[in-house]
Design a protein around this ligand. Structure first.
Ligand code: 5GP
Length: 175
């Protein structure tokens, strides 16, 4: 598959993705049985995964969608990402963050700290993909679909420069 100027090869099929999604949903259905969790999907990349995952969640729960943006000015603690569109009060809530991919973990570390600062009861991450070789932070991703090598992937919501999101499978950059 060609996206803009780059070539990609098949990596994860629709069937593999759906199977992993169902496995993750059944773990979440079990672990959050006694709670009313608030799922927070991080846009844009996770929109397909969040949709498929959420259809398999059988709990009494809510979902909300946020975008991340970098503040212009640097704070003393470094560059804090702004959580755009978070209207829910997350205080004392069991929050599950839905992400498409965790690479270095910088993004997730930042986001997790912000949820903890807001006084959540608990916060966990469900990520379809994780690149263990690239992970540079001490970030716990409790629910992982696939551990993948440190190569760029597109499809199923993930983009290359805005394009390539609209597929049912995931593709890897051709080396
Ligand atoms: P991190 O902060 O963990 O390094 O990076 C997280 C973000 O980088 C992801 O949410 C995603 O937007 C982007 N990213 C990292 N690796 C890939 C990849 O292989 N493909 C795509 N499309 N985006 C990636």
């Amino acid at each position: 598959m060609k996206v803009k100027d780059k070539n990609f090869v098949s990596y994860l099929s629709e069937e593999e993705i759906q199977k992993a999604t169902k496995r993750l949903a059944s773990q979440l259905n079990k672990d959050y049985k006694e709670t009313k969790p608030l799922f927070i999907a991080i846009l844009n990349g996770s929109f397909m995964f969040a949709s498929d995952l959420f259809k398999e969640i059988k709990l009494e729960c809510e979902i909300s969608f946020i975008k991340l943006s970098s503040y212009d000015e640097m704070s003393s603690t470094g560059n804090v990402l702004e959580l755009i569109g978070l209207n829910e009060n997350v205080f004392h809530r069991d929050v599950v963050i839905i992400e498409d991919i965790v690479d270095t973990g910088n993004t997730m570390k930042n986001v997790l700290e912000q949820f903890k600062d807001r006084g959540v009861k608990s916060v966990e991450v469900v990520s379809l993909l994780i690149k263990p070789e690239a992970l540079a932070n001490d970030v716990e991703v409790k629910y992982v679909g696939f551990e993948i090598p440190n190569k760029f992937v597109v499809g199923y919501g993930l983009d290359y420069d805005g394009f390539g999101r609209n597929t049912k499978a995931i593709y890897q950059l051709k080396s």
